[in-house]
Design a protein around this ligand. Structure first.
Ligand code: PLP
Length: 397
């Protein structure tokens, strides 16, 4: 098999030569001239049942060639037969839970915390009609019920960077399909399907697009499960827009280079931050003590480019003083972002649940971009020193 850089550049582009084009074509059609009445009807039935393609796309909500190319590319990078793309990561999660739980009648979900706050809120709120048991990796086997349809985990997890041993999780799930949110690791650093995950989900809004200008979500799965999800997408109309599919697919070509470069900077910053007197704790998979199950190397090919720090006191001073880091939610862009999960991304999770899974109000999540490491370090040091001078953060030895 070719290397990840080669696959990232070529995935999903195999048919371009036969189309006589070099760049990814953007098909903005909302409807399609039908080859003949019978073929049109047949195509509609096939697409409604979840087929990835048919004799005609028929209608823009059923399938779109630009979106399909992005789906084939991501499926190839994740080592799964198919993938289904949506207008956002949340839409992809909704359809996957519906397919795995509502369609099958197994309405119980086991979810590991922490999860992205939006996912946590979606599952807890009851709006999906599923019952959720939250646990940690050690509690999965005990949490299973005869009607459990899905086990959900994130690794590295948003925002604490906790790592889950996927081989052990899949074994504990005992045949119940496992969904892994691979947004933080990307297929460059981790392929959950190689460890037995059935569904691999991405907020494509993050690293896959990589430039902060396209929303999207995608879930890779075996053919049968992907068909069930695609059939739901046809019915509910949550298709990814072809302009975004184009941007997300184009982003894949530079994904390995972006992740590798940002990861180098993140590792350096994480190491330096552990020594900084204003920082109480650094969360980063590459640091000593962060990987109790030894997944780095075996499952996760690198520590990634997200880190989190805990300051000594809850304070937004740092956020307002930074010049290069933008105080904003989201992550995985070419530029560095910082946010306080307890106030933003995880605000909708109940206080006690947030604290129980390690999301302190003093925790700040940093998404490291492609800037020069010394410039980012200078920005952090200047801003971190402000509260010390003002005696907002006590310096402890
Ligand atoms: N999963 C993770 C790990 C995320 O960080 C996010 C968003 O921040 C999502 C899923 C949801 O994706 P989207 O915002 O594209 O709906």
């Amino acid at each position: 098999m070719s290397g990840i850089r080669t696959r990232a550049v070529h995935a999903g582009r195999q048919e371009l030569s036969s189309l006589g084009v070099h760049a990814l074509p953007i098909d903005l059609s909302t409807t399609y001239p039908l080859p003949d009445a019978e073929l049109g009807e047949q195509a509609l039935l096939e697409l409604a049942a979840g087929a990835p393609a048919a004799a005609s796309p028929v209608y823009g909500r059923l399938v779109n060639p630009t979106v399909s190319r992005f789906e084939r590319a991501l499926a190839e990078l994740e080592g799964l037969p198919d993938a289904v793309a949506f207008g956002s990561g949340m839409a992809a999660l909704v359809a996957t839970v519906q397919a795995a739980c509502l369609v099958t009648g197994r309405r119980h979900v086991v979810a590991l915390r922490p999860l992205y706050g939006g996912s946590d809120h979606l599952l807890s709120s009851g709006i999906l009609g599923v019952e959720v048991t939250y646990t940690d990796a050690a509690g999965v086997a005990a949490a299973l019920r005869p009607d459990t349809g899905l086990v959900i985990a994130e690794t590295p997890a948003n925002p604490t960077l906790d790592l889950v041993d996927l081989d052990a999780l899949v074994a504990a799930a005992d045949g119940v399909p496992v969904l892994v949110d691979n947004t933080f690791a990307t297929p460059v650093l981790q392929n959950p399907a190689a460890h037995g995950a059935t569904y691999v989900l991405h907020s494509a809004t993050k690293y896959l697009g990589g430039h902060g200008d396209a929303m999207g979500g995608i879930v890779a799965a075996p053919a049968e499960q992907a068909a069930a999800i695609r059939s739901l997408r046809v019915a509910t109309g949550a298709l990814l827009h072809p302009m975004s599919a184009y941007l997300l697919h184009r982003g894949l070509a530079t994904l390995p280079l972006r992740v590798e470069a940002a990861q180098r900077t993140a590792a350096e910053l994480a190491a330096r931050l552990t020594e900084h007197p204003a920082v109480a704790k650094v969360h980063y998979p590459g640091l000593a003590g962060s990987d109790p199950h030894g997944v780095l190397g075996r499952q996760l090919r690198g520590p990634g480019a997200i880190l989190a720090i805990e300051t000594f006191e809850e304070s937004d001073v740092l956020l307002s003083r930074l010049r290069l880091f933008t105080h904003a939610v989201s992550l995985g862009s070419v530029d560095s972002l910082i946010e306080r999960p307890a106030a933003l991304t995880h605000r909708l999770v109940a206080d006690e649940d947030r604290l129980a899974c390690g999301i302190s109000p003093r925790l700040l999540r940093l998404s490291i971009g492609l800037e020069d490491v010394e410039d980012l370090w200078g920005d952090l040091v200047e801003s971190l020193e402000v509260p010390i001078r003002m005696n907002v953060i006590p310096i402890t030895s």
